[in-house]
Design a protein around this ligand. Structure first.
Ligand code: AMP
Length: 602
């Protein structure tokens, strides 16, 4: 097969005959990854040919007759003439599309659907185009990952996945386009059904539960149906790990009601949505025997603080599957608590803008997972980033950076910011994620997700990313755990309302802890920031002592509710690890029950 055919066949795999499905998709990926560099050049050519003459490209490429050009020459021309962009640069174009301009602005094919991305925001969701290609690549990466997973953890065909997945409400923009999160569009698409058929695993909940639009009602029904069908459940999944932890925390509170519904074949009155009620009641029937089994298991689990909840209630589950990297890492501890020894398999790497890489080694612990880039999905460029001053062309925030390089030139051990050119009309778009090249799968790089590039905590010369904050919080949490308490969630703020400015870390905790322990946690965290700028500023008191605010139980649920009320979906939710958002700060400050100031640095 020629390289061009390999690039094109990627979206057609869904039409291949069944039976040897896994083999087909794995051998396809082995081939494209072998030739990743040339496939990338072809992928760019395909994108540019499809969108030849659109307003945005015309602006930069003018009248070059790209169809006559050789693919390598086209790649050089494209990267030399089309500038790097951020979402802000493309926003005016996307806004015109949202307002109903159907002309060829970013793509030749009119965009009819927009997705809301949270990944690239500073607290505000942003629109990015969604096309058939988006749904097809979602299907493809899910199938690919499932094929690699089933080689290590085979599952029984035709059985169930207990999936904590949620659609947001879809709505119409001023110009009549459908808007919602990318996962919402995917769950509503044909590809979602095809994926279940091709991977021969079916979600426990019907569409009415997934798309109900009220995450509390959906979570209750996911749990109820997951237990009703417990014998068939082969694995537990969600998009981001947060949703699984959130669901089981809910279960700890509501298990008695769920047991009662299973016993009687009824549905709690807290489920108010008529379509959801009907769909669930059509599935369940009274099962007193199962209810008493679950009841006994829950009583035992309760005495163990719900340790091993998953294998106890779903004895046939082979693993837990979800994105557990990046900002989801803080939930791993709780997930491991619920999963006991069951493998935690970290899901793939992508964004609303494009899928990026697949986890080919499901046995790796989530801390070490690496994502192999799929070279047919988008055209990827990599901006080398250096922490220390080197011979570079430009400087942005804390990093020094070089010019972007193509996928074929990346080097193991170096860190890069990702740049995407997509089939959906984003050209040389800076995603804002920092990745490290950890190795290669054939010719395609394997990436470690490091962090979002944007600094989250900075007051003057100090520079801390989400990852830095995460490590600091982990060191404080160790003291908390010794005192038999647990961190439920956290966020932070760089407070500059008074001089000197200082960092505030907000903690929601479970369990009783003495003030002196919390004081010690606060001191420990302050002392754990290793950034030189912070250490120097603390020593000279140009940054004040770290403040630890303990918020009431349920505060982070209020933050989630605010996200949902603004059109977000639970499937996409990532607790902001730092916020300057006034609404969130109002919630956090109103719910602060105790404050501690660090005694580190004297
Ligand atoms: P969104 O576009 O709102 O779905 O968010 C996409 C962002 O989520 C990405 O740009 C990453 O920052 C983060 N993300 C997605 N997948 C992963 C992953 N597997 N590991 C770590 N972070 C991820």
């Amino acid at each position: 097969m020629s390289l061009m055919e390999l690039a094109v066949v990627s979206t057609n795999i869904k039409h291949s005959s069944n039976g040897n499905n896994d083999f087909d998709i794995i051998s396809w990926f082995e081939e494209v990854s072998e030739n990743a560099g040339s496939i990338q050049t072809q992928t760019l050519r395909q994108i540019l040919e499809l969108n030849y003459g659109v307003e945005y490209l015309q602006k930069w490429l003018g009248d070059f007759n790209i169809k006559e050009m050789d693919a390598c020459a086209l790649e050089s021309l494209f990267t030399s003439l089309v500038p790097l962009t951020s979402h802000a640069d493309l926003e005016p174009y996307i806004q015109r599309i949202a307002d109903g301009d159907t002309g060829p602005i970013l793509t030749q094919q009119p965009i009819t659907t927009l997705s809301l991305s949270s990944g690239t925001t500073e607290g505000r969701q942003k629109f990015v185009p969604f096309t058939d290609h988006s749904a097809q690549t979602t299907l493809q990466i899910f199938r690919l990952a499932a094929a690699y997973r089933s080689r290590v953890y085979p599952i029984r065909e035709g059985r169930r996945i207990l999936e904590f997945i949620y659609s947001s409400k879809q709505y119409k923009t001023k110009g009549g386009l459908i808007a919602g999160t990318a996962t919402t569009h995917y769950y509503a698409s044909e590809e979602f059904k095809i994926k279940q058929e091709k991977t021969k695993s079916f979600t426990c909940s019907p569409e009415e539960v997934i798309s109900g639009g009220d995450y509390k009602q959906s979570t209750y029904c996911h749990l109820l149906l997951g237990l009703f069908l417990y014998e068939q459940v082969e694995f537990i999944a969600s998009t981001f790990a947060y949703s699984i932890v959130q669901a089981f925390r809910t279960f700890e509170e509501l298990w008695e009601d769920i047991c009662n519904d299973i016993k009687e074949g009824t549905l709690s009155r807290r489920i108010k949505l008529p379509k959801m009620r009907k769909a669930v009641l059509d599935i369940i029937s009274p099962n007193p025997c199962l209810a008493s089994k679950i009841e006994a298991a829950c009583q035992e689990l309760q005495s163990l603080d719900w340790f091993g909840l998953i294998p106890k209630l779903w004895p046939n589950a082979k693993y837990v599957y979800s994105i557990m990297t990046g900002s989801m890492q803080p939930y791993l501890k709780k997930l491991r608590h619920y999963a006991k020894g069951l493998p935690l398999v970290s899901a793939d790497y992508g964004s609303t803008e494009s899928w990026i890489g697949v986890n080919l080694d499901p046995t790796l612990p989530p801390e070490n997972v690496r994502f192999s880039v799929i070279p047919t999905f988008s055209y990827f460029e990599f901006i080398s980033l250096y922490w220390q001053k080197q011979d570079c062309s430009s400087v942005i925030d804390d990093f020094m950076e070089d010019d972007p390089i193509p996928l074929s030139q990346v080097k193991v051990g170096l860190e890069y910011e990702l740049v995407l050119t997509t089939f959906t009309g984003l050209y040389r778009y800076r995603l804002g994620d920092v990745v490290e090249v950890a190795g290669f799968h054939n010719g395609t790089p394997k990436l470690n997700f490091k962090c979002r590039r944007k600094l989250i905590l900075t007051i003057n010369i100090d520079k801390n990313t989400e990852k830095d904050l995460q490590l600091v919080v982990e060191s404080g949490t160790q003291l908390l755990n010794k005192a038999k308490a647990e961190l439920v969630d956290f966020t932070s703020q760089a407070d500059i309302t008074d001089q000197p400015g200082h960092y505030i870390i907000y903690w929601e905790i479970k369990g009783e802890v003495e003030d002196k322990v919390l004081c010690e946690c606060c001191r420990e965290m302050d002392a754990s920031f290793v950034d030189h700028g912070y250490v120097v500023s603390r020593r000279t008191n140009s940054i004040g002592p770290l403040e630890l605010c303990i918020v009431e139980r349920g505060t982070f649920n209020k933050i989630l509710d605010d996200f949902i009320a603004n059109g977000g979906a639970l499937s996409q939710f990532k607790t902001p690890r730092c916020t300057s958002n006034r609404v969130l700060l109002r919630i956090l400050n109103a719910c602060t029950a105790k404050r501690f100031f660090s005694t580190a640095y004297g």
